[in-house]
Ligand binder design. Sequence first.
Ligand SMILES: C[S@@+](CC[C@H](N)C(=O)[O-])C[C@H]1O[C@@H](n2cnc3c(N)ncnc32)[C@H](O)[C@@H]1O
Length: 293
Amino acid sequence: MTLIEVIEAMSARLESAGVCFGHGTTNAFDEAAWLVLWQLKLPLDALDEFAERGLSADELRDVEALVEQRIATRRPAAYLTGEAWLHGVPFTVDERVIVPRSLIAEVIVDGTVDAWLSDRTTRVLDLCTGNGSLAVLAAMAWPDVVIDAADLSADALAVARLNVDRHDLAARITLHRGDGLAAVAGRRYDLILCNPPYVNRQSMNDLPAEYRAEPALALDGGDDGMDFIRTLLHDAPAAMTGDDAVLVLEIGHERAHFEHAFPTLAPVWLPTSAGDDQVLLLTRAALATLKTP
Ligand SMILES: C[S@@+](CC[C@H](N)C(=O)[O-])C[C@H]1O[C@@H](n2cnc3c(N)ncnc32)[C@H](O)[C@@H]1O
């Protein structure tokens, strides 16, 4: 069989097994292509080039075993390959962290956030850094900033360390461990990026197996998904340098819960490929309008 025939066959197997996508791919064909190319040690962007390449019997057996493992364990492909890509940048991943896929990456890479930055933007915080992907992408996008990256999980920080070192950014990204902003107590930032745990209780209960393979600490936002965010919005102004300092926050599908929890806030919603109300931006001045119930 040729490479493209094998990918189509593996895609059909994934499809009929009902595996769930969303950890780097959105459909069975892309997921199959990723697994097959990775197993054959071919570049992941080289499908067209190698489409008609034949597979040996051994290669086919190894590919089938990998796809069967994906189906039987329901672990995201990135945990099987040990690597995920976000906007063309590779990251090392394993079960200690979620698979990088934050929409904040998009608004960094496409320049959306730049409108709120200035020459005075030098100190950036990636809060809830997990695998470290947002800190790395921020360092790449803004060469003049220094970044603190914080997380409660020592396990996650160990993976973030691998990614900071992998991209040779240790001189610009410092890792901190602690609960929320307490990890960087006393410091102030021009820009805070945060993809926190925000999944509400009902959604946590309904998560497909692929998402349950990820650390619950990374996803679970409490009853309404807002547990971490409530504390963050209360504490953030003290950690921001001035009225025009900004917080960029991902809330996924939790807009209704967000607006119910913070009715006085008027965030700027940043458009993303997944929708126009999943990532928001608040200046320190806007946060000052927050009324605590
Ligand atoms: C949704 S993941 C985001 C990971 C990464 N930034 C990304 O976008 O791929 C949330 C992260 O928040 C961390 N976390 C959970 N509770 C925390 C807390 N109270 N303080 C700091 N980090 C926390 C988890 O360990 C996890 O790494």
